[in-house]
Design a protein around this ligand. Structure first.
Ligand SMILES: NC(=O)c1ccc[n+]([C@@H]2O[C@H](COP(=O)([O-])OP(=O)(O)OC[C@H]3O[C@@H](n4cnc5c(N)ncnc54)[C@H](OP(=O)(O)O)[C@@H]3O)[C@@H](O)[C@H]2O)c1
Ligand SMILES: CC(C)CCC[C@@H](C)[C@H]1CC[C@H]2C3=C(CC[C@]12C)[C@@]1(C)CC[C@H](O)C(C)(C)[C@@H]1CC3
Length: 622
């Protein structure tokens, strides 16, 4: 192809159909008649693109750089002091380039996103000239992929043929034919990586566009910052009332002194330090996190199970030595205030330290330029003090293990208050169920690395408060309620509750493990029976198994478990059902946040997934 702009074998950036995302692709051939380039993506997907849907790596990077520069010059946009434009040259390998990058608004602040989008070249996709792919594969797994993706793409392509307007967006999606092709594609990808690694002097593409504001935007963030602590205070005070019915709302505010106790603060600080000590203890695996925009992967010490076992032994020894854990029940308000103060201090520290971080280290969601919103959402993705990961630690340790400690203290308080020799059946169920949930989370600690909070959310007030106050002081509400509101259980109800917990836990664990195993190793032989949709990022989406039933089977399991946690408290009051109600709202909101994020990441492949798996959380209902 002597007179052509791009040559066979060139590594270039190709636009993904229907989106403004560009991915690194390899030019396979050029068809002189149609004037289309056939390119191959890293996952082996072949597409035919017009010349204007392709950019050279250097052109793309120069364009991205010039945008970064103009953005950082514009008013209201603060440029990181530590990164001059010259220093944007990254030492990272081309693996970064494999990640999706938008050429439209990579570095544009969300408030100006629209203007930036207009600057982007129009998405005009090549008309499909090739025939539907021949399914010559003998490979079972590949056939399933064909059935689920290519064949559907072809079906919709056939429909679109009748509609010239829709025809604009049509493209030819050819699948890998057999394992040989996959290997070839992988070999090509490696070859591409090597080639770009050699070009490491060139700057890597900049970060994708910041995501739109959520939680009601700036005003919403302000509202939540005030409302959440007020709600915790309400729950903490209300559950102690003789009749905690919501018609008695609001409970009388105690005097200011009752909020504060220096001893309670010392206990909370000691607990956090103790957990920090266990976290840095060189026991357990060093797990790798997901690939970051910087091209790096962080390492996390996943010794959560060890931490809870040691904590249990230390607490048991303390009780044996005569330490009265019912202190936690009698000083609940002071302990809550102390944790709240710590979460505020932590959030303030996180906000200020985030000002000296580079764009690659920031979350896409918490960098709007508005102080309150960014403080709430969190700006830095993975704040660390040396190897100590603050977000991972706070999410998995003091609050989560503290939850079990508080539940245990409530069981002791119930025995004391109700003059019992052993905790009630309801209290035992709540304690065991929630302990199983936490121990499971810590046993599978590595799986947290592929959750939304760890992958996408910045660490700010929302998570600091959520981890240190919300989890330990509101998730324990059922146990706290039972201390002064005993609830005897009939045998059929007991059996129903246990069955619900087992079913919920089974769905939750199986679906989370399936996704985690798939994300860690998509060619895991144990998953070979599953169907999947390829995406341009190189990652695929599971479309059968648990993730083919609904789009969030793990949320379904979690909700069923939440039901099993509230049922032991009976129906006399709405208060112990708070967790269930809150959890439905939280998960519905998380689901929609995740949908937006996945739509942004995977473009048309995500739409394809949503068409195939129609329900979000509850089959045939929602
Ligand atoms: N107790 C609580 O307070 C609480 C609160 C919230 C959540 N949780 C639990 O925490 C766990 C994690 O929740 P999460 O909100 O982070 O969501 P998640 O469901 O674990 O993760 C969502 C991510 O999974 C990937 N994904 C989505 N569909 C997929 C598919 N079909 N095939 C393969 N990958 C797919 C996508 O990321 P990639 O494609 O980028 O990998 C998506 O962003 C859940 O079990 C949830 O129930 C508990
Ligand atoms: C309203 C706000 C204050 C919301 C705060 C949200 C956080 C408290 C949650 C967000 C993600 C949650 C989560 C767990 C605990 C609560 C959150 C941090 C989790 C660690 C609980 C144990 C599970 O096994 C889990 C590891 C799957 C889970 C992960 C997500």
């Amino acid at each position: 192809m002597p007179s052509l702009k791009y040559q066979t074998g060139d590594t270039v950036m190709g636009r993904w159909p229907g989106s403004s995302l560009y991915y690194e692709v390899n030019v396979l051939s050029f068809d002189a008649k149609s004037r289309l380039y056939t390119v191959i993506y890293k996952d082996g997907t072949e597409l035919e693109l017009k010349e204007q849907d392709i950019m050279s790596l250097t052109g793309f990077q120069a364009r991205t750089r010039s945008r970064s520069r103009s953005n950082s010059r514009s008013p209201g946009r603060r440029r990181s002091r530590s990164r001059s434009p010259a220093r944007t040259t990254r030492r990272s390998s081309s693996r970064t380039a494999a990640a999706a990058t938008t050429a439209t608004a990579e570095t544009a602040p969300s408030s100006r996103g629209d203007a930036k989008l207009k600057q982007a070249p129009e998405v005009k996709l090549s008309p499909m000239l090739k025939k539907a792919p021949e399914n010559s594969s003998n490979n079972k797994h590949e056939k399933k992929e064909e059935n689920n993706t290519a064949s559907q793409v072809n079906k919709s392509a056939a429909k679109e043929e009748a509609d010239p307007e829709k025809n604009q967006g049509r493209y030819n999606l050819r699948r890998r034919k057999d394992d040989g092709d996959v290997k070839e594609a992988e070999a090509k990808s490696e070859h591409q990586e090597e080639r770009v690694e050699k070009m490491s002097a060139a700057p890597a593409p900049a970060a994708p566009a910041p995501t739109p504001l959520d939680f009601g935007g700036k005003i919403g963030a302000f509202f939540w910052m005030l409302f959440l602590p007020a709600w915790v205070l309400f729950l903490v005070l209300h559950v102690d009332q003789k009749d905690p019915s919501l018609s008695n709302f609001p409970p009388a505010l105690p005097s200011l002194e009752t909020f504060w106790n220096p001893q309670a603060l010392v206990f909370v600080v000691l607990w956090i330090l103790f957990q920090a000590l266990l976290y840095i203890f060189p026991v357990g695996k060093l797990s790798e996190g997901v690939l970051l925009r910087s091209g790096k992967r962080l390492k996390y010490r996943t010794n959560g199970f060890f931490a809870i076992v040691v904590s249990a032994v230390v607490v048991a020894a303390a009780v044996y030595q005569g330490v009265d854990l019912t202190y936690i029940h009698s000083h609940f308000l002071q302990l809550t205030t102390a944790s709240f103060l710590i979460s505020m201090m932590l959030s303030t520290y996180l906000y200020f330290r985030s000002r000296s971080t580079g764009p690659d280290e920031r979350a896409l969601g918490g960098n709007s330029g508005n102080v309150i919103y960014d403080f709430f959402k969190g700006r830095e993705l993975n704040p660390r003090i040396k190897e100590f990961d603050l977000k991972f630690f706070c999410e998995m340790r003091p609050g989560l293990i503290g939850w079990c400690l508080i539940n245990f203290a409530m069981a002791l308080a119930e025995m004391k208050q109700q003059n019992l020799d052993a905790p009630s059946c309801s209290m035992i169920l709540v304690n065991i169920f929630q302990l199983i949930y936490v121990v499971d989370g810590l046993w599978n600690e590595e799986a947290i690395l592929t959750t939304m909070d760890l992958m996408h959310d910045g660490f700010g007030y929302m998570l600091a408060f959520g981890d240190l106050v919300w989890v330990p002081f509101t998730y324990t509400l059922q146990a706290r309620y039972l201390v002064s509101h005993p609830k005897p259980l009939s045998l059929p109800l007991l059996v129903t509750i246990i069955i619900l917990k087992i079913v919920g836990f089974y769905i939750f664990r199986k679906s989370n493990s399936e996704k985690n195993a798939f994300r860690r190793n998509p060619s895991d032989p144990r998953l070979s029976h599953l169907k999947m949709i390829p995406t341009a990022t190189g990652k695929s989406l599971l479309v059968s198994g648990w993730w083919g039933v609904v789009r969030h089977p793990n949320y379904l399991g979690d909700l069923i478990m939440a039901l099993a946690w509230s049922l032991p408290c009976g129906f006399s009051h709405l208060l112990p059902w708070y967790y269930m109600i809150y959890f439905i709202i939280l998960l519905v909101h998380r689901d929609s946040r995740d949908m937006n994020e996945c739509r942004r990441k995977y473009g048309s492949a995500w739409d394809e997934y949503c068409r195939t798996v129609r329900y979000r959380i509850i089959p045939r209902v929602y």
